[in-house]
Design a protein around this ligand. Structure first.
Ligand SMILES: C[S@@+](CC[C@H](N)C(=O)[O-])C[C@H]1O[C@@H](n2cnc3c(N)ncnc32)[C@H](O)[C@@H]1O
Length: 268
């Protein structure tokens, strides 16, 4: 079955919400990725599946030039709006597919794909393209979520979603996905990266209320916004109410919850 998130449409649809509520949840991982690659001030770097610029924007303040690519035009519009608002002149952004990058070989000192390449139908091509466009010695950093069971935030959210829709299966770890650090490591090496490593990084988040937690999560989530659109208002509202009831009963305002991502890196 094709993953709906492998096509631009859900990302086009969620772009505004993602930019408003999700990008700053993802920002700590972008900052860790930049620290892992540690590009020099004169570096040219690439952000693949850049979204609204979660990594591109902080990167542009520490390197000479950033290229950003995303297959969703509204994501690129959002990114460019932030670039203009920040007065940055060293960012070039374009709509494009991470599996066929619009760049020549050996152009970049570092290349990133934060929570993007994990959705590509052909991840092998995604990794190979990152490798191709890097200069020899260049570093790639790619992120993907660790299994739900390792994240108290995601465990609570999935329990709440199942309270709204008991038919929803419990989250299963897919050993063939980048959730599995061995698969992740193998795919990095298969693309030709040396010194490959895949490390867990955990961040902690707290919310003012269960409703705030839900708002932050739901508005920026492509799968949830897709299901909202497909279900129609009545069914969505009924499920959302049950989900919120679960969250209100199980989340204490201010409680810290964790979420863990894998950051895989390698050198060309
Ligand atoms: C979860 S968002 C991550 C955005 C950003 N990198 C971040 O860390 O916040 C996933 C992004 O991947 C993009 N994407 C998914 N598949 C893609 C592909 N084949 N080529 C380019 N972009 C893609 C989506 O449009 C979306 O902007």
């Amino acid at each position: 079955m094709t993953n709906p998130l492998a096509a631009p449409d859900p990302w086009d649809y969620v772009a505004d919400g993602y930019d408003e509520v999700s990008a700053d949840i993802m920002l700590p991982f972008a900052q860790i990725a930049l620290d892992v690659a540690d590009p020099k001030p004169d570096a040219r770097i690439l952000d693949v599946a850049a979204g609204p610029g979660t990594l591109t924007l902080p990167a542009a303040t520490r390197v000479a030039k950033v290229d950003a690519v995303d297959f969703s035009p509204p994501m690129i519009e959002r990114l460019l709006r932030h670039v203009r608002a920040a007065g940055l002149t060293n960012v070039a952004a374009q709509v494009g597919d991470g599996q066929a990058l619009p760049f020549a070989d050996n152009e970049f000192d570092a290349a990133f794909s934060m929570f993007g390449l994990m959705f590509f139908p052909d991840r092998g091509k995604g990794f190979a393209e990152l490798h191709r466009v890097l200069k020899p010695g260049g570093v790639a950093v790619v992120s993907s979520w660790a299994p739900v069971s390792e994240s108290s935030l995601m465990t609570l959210i999935f329990d709440a979603l199942r309270a709204g829709n008991p038919e929803m299966p419990r989250p299963q770890t897919n050993p063939a996905s980048l959730e599995n650090s061995d698969t992740f490591d193998r795919e990095l090496r298969a693309a030709g990266f040396r010194e490959a490593s895949v490390e867990p990084h955990t961040i902690s988040l707290a919310f003012d209320s269960a409703d705030a937690l839900w708002d932050r999560f739901a508005r920026g989530s492509a799968p949830l916004q897709l299901s909202r659109r497909n279900l129609g208002a009545e069914d969505w509202t009924r499920r959302e109410q049950l989900t919120l009831d679960h969250l209100r009963a199980n989340y204490t305002p201010g409680q810290a919850l964790s979420t863990t991502a894998w950051l895989g890196s390698g050198t060309k």
